[in-house]
Design a protein around this ligand. Structure first.
Ligand SMILES: NC(=O)c1ccc[n+]([C@@H]2O[C@H](COP(=O)([O-])OP(=O)(O)OC[C@H]3O[C@@H](n4cnc5c(N)ncnc54)[C@H](O)[C@@H]3O)[C@@H](O)[C@H]2O)c1
Length: 368
């Protein structure tokens, strides 16, 4: 764990920055039940294939019935396991549709619980926020918020349902960065799909950029206290990768610049899902490059045959998020941890909970 002047790292229970040279084993996902929204194509289909091939039960929730159903059937045939994959029609923008997905997942789960939820479904709809149309029209037309509906509302519904079902996973224990992954068969794990558009502005796509910034904001806010619900939360932040979501114009503009590969996104997500020691980390996935660290610790691009060089597409993001954290965050996290530690000291805990309620939520510890 990184040390910092506020000493907050000890409270947020976030695992140390990732070292990609440390091996993990795909077999650690065996017997886990994993829900993947948007699992019918692109990254989602890559996750589903790899995890089912390694013994997991994967529930695909997607609006694309044809592709989702065909994928689930193909996986059941390839693996010879009836419970390897199951498709459920789900529109993530619809609350009840997501509730049905999670209920169906629990029904299909060989152990009656959910170990991992991957909030992957996302779109990039026609983004006309900056082009309101005919400026001479009597009435302005409302913008199309489909991107926000899927990428923000959909992800928030998935997150809320993950926090409902993951703690109830039978036989699971609260997440722990000192867990032994090959022995931890049950998990409580949420993976979010951000983007390079979470970290940087994305020209000509303000809605997509806003939606992915929102997903990053969600991740950074959740991860400070997620261990209190016992849930590991991590995020994957891919650069442009050749799937259906990237518009032809973007592919044209990127021509020759190198796009990332689906297999590298799948690799990043598999590490986060398989390794139960990873809490609160983000992985950026870009095009594969050959690098070497110089004496000052900086990474430099080098030729493939350079001695001591390594090839990678994965980078840790926000390794030092909490180094300069503000006083409000620091106090809230410390207080919430104090409440957790005080469980059992009923009277004292009640007072503290009320105090936190007034301070943070503006209510007296009672929610209507
Ligand atoms: N490909 C990239 O360059 C890239 C880069 C960064 C982040 N991402 C993110 O990765 C995730 C997966 O994208 P992808 O590249 O695999 O795209 P994709 O278009 O191949 O897959 C997205 C899947 O989501 C499904 N989907 C769309 N709307 C849905 C809804 N309302 N309910 C349920 N399912 C729905 C689609 O049917 C599709 O199967 C998205 O969140 C995307 O924003 C993609």
């Amino acid at each position: 764990m990184t040390s910092n002047s506020t000493g907050l790292s000890a409270y947020i229970k976030q695992s140390p920055p990732l070292d990609f040279s440390i091996p993990y084993d795909d077999a650690w996902v065996k017997d886990r039940t994993i829900v993947v929204t948007g699992g019918a194509s692109g990254f989602g289909a890559g996750f589903v294939r790899r995890w089912a091939a390694n013994g997991a039960t994967v529930i695909i929730g997607d609006v694309n019935v044809e592709k989702g159903d065909a994928l689930a059937r193909a996986i059941r045939k390839e693996t010879g396991r009836d419970r390897a994959a199951h498709f459920v029609h789900c529109d993530v923008t619809n609350w009840q549709s997501q509730v049905n997905l999670f209920k169906e997942a629990v029904k299909w789960s060989p152990h009656g619980g959910i170990d991992t939820v991957v909030a992957n479904a996302g779109i990039q709809a026609n983004d006309r926020l900056q082009q309101p149309g005919d400026l001479g029209a009597a009435e302005p037309q409302p913008p199309n918020f489909a991107t926000m509906d899927v990428n923000v509302t959909g992800v928030l519904y998935t997150t809320h349902l993950a926090y409902y079902w993951l703690p109830k996973n039978p036989g699971s224990k609260p997440c722990n960065m000192n867990s032994v992954p090959d022995k931890q068969t049950r998990d409580r794990n949420l993976v979010l799909l951000g983007s390079i558009a979470s970290l940087a502005p994305i020209a000509a796509a303000p809605l997509y950029g806003a939606s992915k910034h929102a997903v990053l904001g969600l991740f950074r806010s959740l991860r400070s206290t997620s261990h209190m619900e016992g849930i590991r939360v991590n995020i994957v932040l891919p650069y442009f990768i050749d799937t259906a979501i990237v518009p032809p114009m973007a592919k044209l503009l990127l021509a020759g610049g190198g796009m990332g590969k689906v297999e590298d996104v799948v690799e990043a997500a598999t590490r986060l899902v398989a390794d139960t020691r990873i809490l609160g980390r983000g992985i950026v996935v870009g095009p594969k490059v050959t690098i070497k660290q110089d004496e000052s610790g900086e990474f430099k691009l080098v030729n493939k045959d350079t001695e001591g060089s390594t090839e990678t597409a994965l980078w840790e993001a926000y390794a030092d998020d909490w180094e300069e954290v503000d006083a409000f965050d620091r106090r809230v996290v410390k207080l919430l941890n104090a409440v957790e530690q005080a469980r059992g000291w009923v009277g004292w805990a009640t007072d503290i909970a009320k105090l936190v309620g007034y301070q943070v939520f503006g209510y007296g510890g009672e929610r209507s």
